[in-house]
Ligand binder design. Structure first.
Ligand code: FAD
Ligand code: TPP
Ligand code: MG
Length: 646
């Protein structure tokens, strides 16, 4: 078999440590997918149902591992479907390579079937996007795309016409890629299984001595200091805590920073923004010096103007992006703090800190009182559901959350631990991200519990990729907050004074739908069943299962608020049919799975039967006012900044 451009591409992706390419096969992409098929080794093609899901999944994998991942789309529509997920990956600084296959070179510019201009389309959601016109050009374009994705944190795009992908590759005289790891992304460094010949380690970036001295002077002479931390502190938890201790400073955080600074941190005072809770907002507004550390918190009208503001960010272009700055320093959060600590005088006065911690404790207490207060109400409230999920989920669970009210519940009720992670479409704010992100997370971490906190609108938007979950036997858990509405928008309309319009969702019975495609479905309608239902779901086909041999997971439908008569169907009769469909659809008949699997599937079905509950759609649950911020008026004033509404 001749060595073609597509073969060389695949070889180089494997050398760069890429383990998966998410996408949909077809036309101009076929030479590439065929090269993957023929290649030996660890590169896997993950066949999603919509390229958008593939890009979300790749982005999630990259966010969680820090390693380069890839997605691919065929020319025209296949490319276009990638775009929303790629925007999300790019804005999350997730190193993702997109292979945008393209129409034949001789047709470019003629308005040919499926023609688009990928170099223009992907420009805004990538650091690098170039067309490969000849075989000789491919290795360097690929290298630059990968290097940009990894080095800058974000997307690199190779536009590859199908005919070029199928051409013979001339002799290999192009140097192999040596990728330098990204300096600018708020994530953990890639794990050690990345070949060192490919990935060199991150440079130590910190401000010069003169700037560090200026920073030390500002902090040593300041009265009350507050730290506000973001995802840029991913590798700097202990340094942040040490700095807070030295300064006796409360620590608030932006949502993407929650996973990294909110655990084992005695200085933690919560989050600000509309979703905020605790004492972060007050602390930031009452201090003398606010230190923004590795954050690009976007809602500038929640940032104070009175205190001095110091910002430390590894990307110099971020300095002063959201607020006035009294001092801006370019550096890695951990490196900068380590260099700074010896220059700081230790403080003993804890009065400002203690007052904010006390306020934070009271706010958390209120959040919990509220959960307890409504936990037996019917229809159900979502807060107790999220709180129960938090209590039951594993200590190292990965949570993905949809954009919508699930973002609120995850921000407030899912507690961070050293090993948990929470991701969402936090910077891009797209709906429907949680399920595909969970797919990427589960593939990257087959042994960990992965939980998608999905909205009913969000799940429906990329519902087709529930089939990817069954296709790859992923033990993902999906909690559907089924409020029968585009809840967050309903709320936005209410706050902004618009009449509620076009927000209603006429949903199917998600549990039944899940069962029909081979996912265990549990429908919870009685608050008394929330904990047992969640437990059952999380334990089902546990996360240590070998994904290739196990039957799928479950969709857990929860948070009902208003039962409708007539919804109480029984599923018993459908089960046998669903099981038959499942066997047929998944190729048991073709002997792909060992014979014991059918027995196991039956057992699982029995446990599924024991845990099916019928729920009604729910009414939108408004987050309780006064918990996020001290006044509901504040929420009203700020709502436009989150939603983009006027
Ligand atoms: C519906 C919805 C509502 C939301 N509401 C809120 C809300 O109320 N409150 C809230 O906080 N968020 C909210 N978010 C999320 C919000 O939009 C932002 O995504 C989030 O606040 C940004 O968090 P961040 O600053 O930690 O991350 P990013 O925006 O990713 O910023 C990270 C920063 O760290 C820098 N950096 C990276 N690596 C390093 C390093 N090693 N050292 C130093 N710097 C580094 C980067 O250059 C970047 O500037 C909401 C999202 C959604 C979808
Ligand atoms: C792709 C996309 N379309 C529209 C929006 C605007 N939007 C933000 S949240 C939301 C409602 C989400 O509804 P659902 O998933 O049911 O979650 P809920 O808020 O009801 O919990 C909408 C329409 C968006 N962010 N992304
Ligand atoms: Mg909804």
């Amino acid at each position: 078999m001749p060595h073609r451009v597509a073969d060389e591409l695949v070889t180089r992706l494997k050398e760069a440590g890429v383990e998966r390419i998410y996408g949909v096969v077809g036309d101009s992409l076929n030479p590439v997918t065929d090269a993957i098929r023929r290649s030996s080794g660890k590169l896997e093609f993950i066949h999603v149902r919509n390229e958008e899901s593939g890009a979300f999944a790749a982005g999630a994998e990259a966010q969680l591992t820090g390693k380069l991942t890839a997605c691919a789309g065929s020319c025209g529509p296949g490319n276009l479907h990638l775009i929303n997920g790629l925007f999300d990956s790019h804005r999350s600084s997730a190193p993702v390579l997109a292979i945008a296959s393209h129409i034949p070179t001789r047709q470019i510019g003629t308005g040919f079937f499926q023609e688009t201009h990928p170099e223009i389309l992907f420009k805004e959601c990538s650091h690098y996007c170039e067309l490969v016109s000849t075989p000789e050009q491919m290795p360097r374009v690929l290298h630059l795309a990968m290097q940009s994705a990894v080095g800058k944190g974000g997307v690199g795009v190779v536009v590859l016409p199908g005919d070029v992908a199928g051409m013979h590759m001339p002799s290999d005289d192009v140097p192999r890629s040596v990728l330098t790891s990204r300096p600018a992304v708020g994530m953990h460094m890639p794990s050690d299984d990345v070949p060192r010949s490919i990935l060199t380690s991150r440079p130590a970036v910190r401000p010069c001595e003169q700037d560090l001295t200026r920073l030390a002077d500002v902090l040593n002479s300041a009265g009350r200091v507050v730290l506000f931390c973001g995802a840029g502190c991913a590798d700097a938890h202990d340094e942040v805590v040490a700095l807070a201790d030295r300064l006796k400073a409360p620590v608030g955080y932006a949502l993407r920073g929650k996973s990294f600074v909110a655990y084992e941190n005695p200085f933690e005072v919560g989050m600000t923004g509309l979703l905020g809770f605790g004492a972060a907002y007050e602390a930031m507004h009452e201090c003398d010096v606010l230190v923004l550390l590795g954050t690009n918190f976007p809602y500038d009208n929640f940032l104070p103007t009175k205190p001095k503001i110091v910002q430390i960010d590894i990307r110099v272009e971020q300095l002063g992006r959201r607020s006035k700055l009294d001092l801006g320093l370019c550096g890695d959060a951990g490196e900068t703090i380590r260099a700074l600590l010896p220059m700081l005088e230790a403080r003993t006065d804890r009065s400002f800190l203690e007052a904010r911690l006390e306020k934070h404790r009271r706010a958390l207490h209120k959040l919990n009182v509220y959960v307890n207060h409504v936990s037996t109400r019917r229809p159900m409230h979502p807060e107790p559901v999220a709180a129960a999920l938090n209590a039951i989920a594993a200590d190292d669970a990965i949570f993905t959350t949809d954009t919508g009210m699930s973002t609120v519940w995850s921000a407030r009720y899912i507690e961070s631990t050293r090993n948990r992670r929470l991701i969402g479409s936090f910077n891009h704010g797209s709906m429907a991200n949680a399920l595909p992100q969970a797919i990427g997370a589960q593939l990257a971490f087959p042994g960990r519990q992965v939980i998608s906190m999905s909205g009913d609108g969000g799940l429906a938007m990329l519902l087709g990729d529930l089939l990817t979950v069954t296709q790859y036997d992923l033990p993902i858990k999906i909690l559907v907050f089924n409020n029968g509405a585009l809840g967050m928008v309903k709320l936005e309309m209410e706050v902004a004074g618009f009449p509620d319009w076009q927000t209603e969702l006429k949903n199917p019975n998600f549990a039944k739908l899940a069962e029909a495609i081979g996912v265990m479905g549990i429908r919870i309608e009685d608050p008394a069943d929330v904990s047992s239902g969640i437990k059952k779901a999380l334990e089902h086909a546990g996360p240590n299962a070998d994904r290739r041999r196990h039957r799928p997971e479950r969709a857990l439908e929860a948070a009902s608020r208003r039962c409708r008569p007539g919804d109480g169907l029984r599923l018993g009769d459908d089960e046998a049919g669903a099981l038959r469909a499942r066997r047929r659809g998944r190729g048991h008949d073709r002997g792909e799975h060992p014979p014991d699997l059918i027995g196991r599937a039956r057992t699982e079905r029995r446990s599924a039967r024991a845990s099916l509950f019928m729920l009604a759609p729910t009414r939108v649950r408004k987050p309780r006012r006064g918990l996020a911020q001290s006044s509901s008026v504040r929420a009203k004033r700020h709502v436009g900044s989150h939603s983009g509404s006027p």
